[in-house]
Write a protein that binds this ligand. Structure first.
Ligand code: SF4
Length: 243
């Protein structure tokens, strides 16, 4: 089966356990103001690639993924926009005896998610802000579907790592973070929380596409703020990491 792919990366160490092969899927239903992969939005962009072709590339470094406890991570863009392709790709990776991880916005219906979740070992779920209006302003969509998806993953006991990008003035509101912590405390499947600092590396891509970067001038958070915010998650009793 063919899928629309933006690019691949062969040796990543941050998107899941061990050394990982990352497949960046083309297309995204969100339009985050801080998007670092602005060129993945257009579903007609990227290129059509057969899953076998990706698996052939993946197999070249298979021993590294195996030895490190790594595998393949689907990222994007939003991989869940191509559920059948995602499922087929992950199934082939599983057949090689390594793990699969899905980095997602969570903007997906459970019915659709059923297509690929059986072949997914770990979900890296990006949560942004809990306040609905702020979420809409930041991403262009309501977070209701995302919250429901997070609950669904808990109900089926799928292991999840939460990823929270801290953007000063947008996602660092303490009250909102407390709401997020209270929400996460209701879930049974969260293994880890990762706090990631916002960076403006994506700005160049916006400019290249002739678009104005909406967060021009916003600075990355300092490490003290990240460490301070990380304390809020301590009550969850899970591993909290700060990048
Ligand atoms: S979800 Fe990711 S790829 Fe999609 S717009 Fe947001 S940052 Fe960009």
């Amino acid at each position: 089966m063919k899928g629309r792919i933006h690019s691949v990366e062969t040796f990543a160490t941050v998107d899941g356990p061990g050394v990982r092969f990352i497949v960046f899927f083309q297309g995204c239903p969100l339009q985050c103001l801080y998007c670092h992969n602005r060129d993945t939005w257009d579903m007609s962009g990227g290129e059509e690639v057969d899953s076998e072709e990706i698996i052939e590339q993946f197999k070249r470094y298979l021993s590294f993924y195996r030895r490190s406890g790594g595998g393949m991570t689907a990222s994007g863009g939003e991989p869940t926009l191509q559920p059948e392709f995602l499922s087929e790709l992950f199934s082939k990776v599983r057949d090689l005896g390594v793990t699969t991880a899905l980095n997602t916005t969570g903007y997906v219906n459970p019915d659709t998610a059923e297509i690929f979740l059986d072949n997914t070992d770990l979900v890296l779920l990006d949560l942004k802000v809990m306040d609905r209006e702020r979420h809409r302003k930041l991403t262009g969509v309501d977070n209701k579907k995302i919250i429901e998806f997070a609950r669904y993953l808990s109900a089926i006991n799928k292991p999840v790592w939460i990823r929270h990008v801290i953007i000063p003035g947008y996602t660092d509101d303490r009250e909102d973070i407390q709401t997020m912590v209270s929400f996460l405390a209701t879930l049974d499947n969260v293994e880890r929380v990762e706090l990631l600092p916002y960076h403006s590396f994506g700005e160049k891509k916006w400019t290249q596409l002739g678009c104005q970067y909406p967060l021009k001038g916003v600075k990355p958070p300092d490490r003290e703020l990240l460490l301070d915010l990380a304390d809020n998650y301590a009550s969850l009793g899970v591993q909290v990491t700060v990048d």
